[in-house]
Write a protein that binds this ligand. Structure first.
Ligand SMILES: Nc1nc2c(ncn2[C@@H]2O[C@H](COP(=O)(O)OP(=O)(O)OP(=O)(O)O)[C@@H](O)[C@H]2O)c(=O)[nH]1
Ligand SMILES: [Mg+2]
Length: 386
């Protein structure tokens, strides 16, 4: 059995279903003298489809089972019966999956929207039964066509997590704990390093239904940019995050020094990508419930000149402040925002236009005053006759 590691890239073989063959058959029935051809068409082969799912967060299942074969179509039958359609193979993949053709290297699909479905191998068409070949000069055709060939290709799937903000920190800093207390996501939390092997996304929901997606990624260690530990391969999961959130263990567990941790993290990111290093960022001091944290916090400010947002996942202090700060940098849109932004007009400013042609400045109120069209009345038992 393959060992479970950090999987965000897999190569799979996809094959659609072959089309069913058309049938060659003649109608044979008592008292029907020249029954004629009655061979039906073959069924279409199934497609292989990748479908974005919010309930899947890794490519692990494809890593263990990389052969994705859809069902073949059934052959046509006598009595003009169609063959059975082959079942599509629909594979749920996480949001943020990029699909490349392994042989040509071309991007086949970028799966970014929930519910988005992409056919990556189209099923073969069903063959024609001999009933199609009847003509005035050939009343007993024996021609029939085979089903269409399946499509087969090798694809490389790469996951780049999509989130508004991504956590960045050393192992055990409490990134997964923070995601747990802020969202309904349930990542694994434990006191050993590298608990998180696959990025996970959780959603922070605000009182007015604004939402921010937060990604928890594996911990970074010194030298990661050179490939130490899990390396920085997983940092590509932060490439699609607008904001980086540095999570620091302010308690300095196991003799760590948070100010040094911060400098190392920044250095690793600088070495990884200048573009990522320039993203807006927040710094969070976690584990503030631990005695040593207060002192460390003051020293951190002195050493780095940065004042982090103090939080504790254990006592839940500081979470609201963090959520507010996060909102200010991410600036999520809300339904309320959409519906009411244009309506924030002061009605007292509206010019009086009674009896006149409507002046241009009054037109900006036009959408505001649009009346709902009254619904036509109908009587259910009278079939809409008035
Ligand atoms: N006292 C205290 N302990 C905490 C706090 N937050 C997290 N911890 C503990 O710190 C340890 C690590 O927490 P995780 O959330 O798994 O850390 P992580 O950053 O996700 O670690 P990796 O996945 O290994 O990178 C666990 O034993 C947590 O219980 C906190 O606010 N206070
Ligand atoms: Mg974790």
């Amino acid at each position: 059995m393959k060992a479970k590691t950090f999987i965000d890239q897999v190569v799979v073989q996809v094959r659609s279903g072959r089309g069913g063959d058309g049938s060659m058959s003649f109608r044979r029935e008592a008292l029907v003298e020249f029954g004629g051809p009655d061979g039906g068409d073959g069924g279409r082969g199934g497609d292989v489809v990748f479908k974005a799912s919010e309930h899947v967060n890794s490519l692990l299942s494809l890593y263990y089972d990389p052969k994705c074969f859809a069902q073949d179509g059934g052959p046509g039958q006598s009595q003009k019966m169609f063959g059975k359609r082959g079942k599509d193979l629909v594979i749920p993949v996480p949001l943020g999956t990029e699909v490349y053709d392994e042989d040509t290297g071309l991007l086949v699909a970028d799966i970014t929207e929930p519910g988005q479905a992409v056919i990556v191998a189209k099923g073969g068409a069903g063959g024609f039964g001999n009933v199609h070949f009847k003509s005035s000069v050939n009343q007993a055709p024996t021609e029939h066509t085979p089903g269409g060939e399946p499509e087969e290709r090798r694809l490389r799937l790469e996951l780049k997590t999509i989130a508004d903000a991504g956590f960045l920190g050393f192992p055990n800093a409490g990134k997964s704990s923070l995601l747990t207390v802020l969202s309904s996501a349930t990542p694994k939390i434990a006191s050993y390093p590298f608990t998180t092997l696959n990025p996970m996304v959780g959603t922070v929901v605000y009182d007015d239904w604004a939402k921010i997606a937060l990604a928890d990624v594996p911990g970074i260690i010194e030298g990661a940019a050179r490939g130490v530990g899990l390396g920085l391969a997983f940092l590509k999961h932060l490439e699609r995050s607008k904001v980086l959130v540095y999570v620091l263990d302010m308690a300095g567990t196991d003799g760590r020094e948070p100010w040094r941790d911060y400098e190392i993290l920044k250095k690793e990111i600088d070495e990884y990508s200048v573009e990522l290093a320039e993203r807006p960022m927040l710094v969070v001091a976690n584990k503030m419930d631990v005695e040593a944290s207060r002192e460390n916090f003051e020293r951190f400010v002195r050493e780095t000149g940065v004042r982090p947002i103090p939080v504790s996942c254990s006592t839940r202090e500081g979470l609201d402040e963090f959520k507010t700060a996060l909102r200010e940098v991410v600036k999520p849109k809300t339904k309320f925002h959409h519906a009411h932004a244009e309506r924030a007009l002061d009605l007292s400013e509206m010019p009086d236009t009674t009896g006149e042609e409507i002046p241009a400045e009054a037109l900006k109120f036009a959408t505001f005053l649009k009346l709902e069209k009254p619904k036509a009345k109908s009587h259910p038992s009278r079939g809409n006759i008035h």
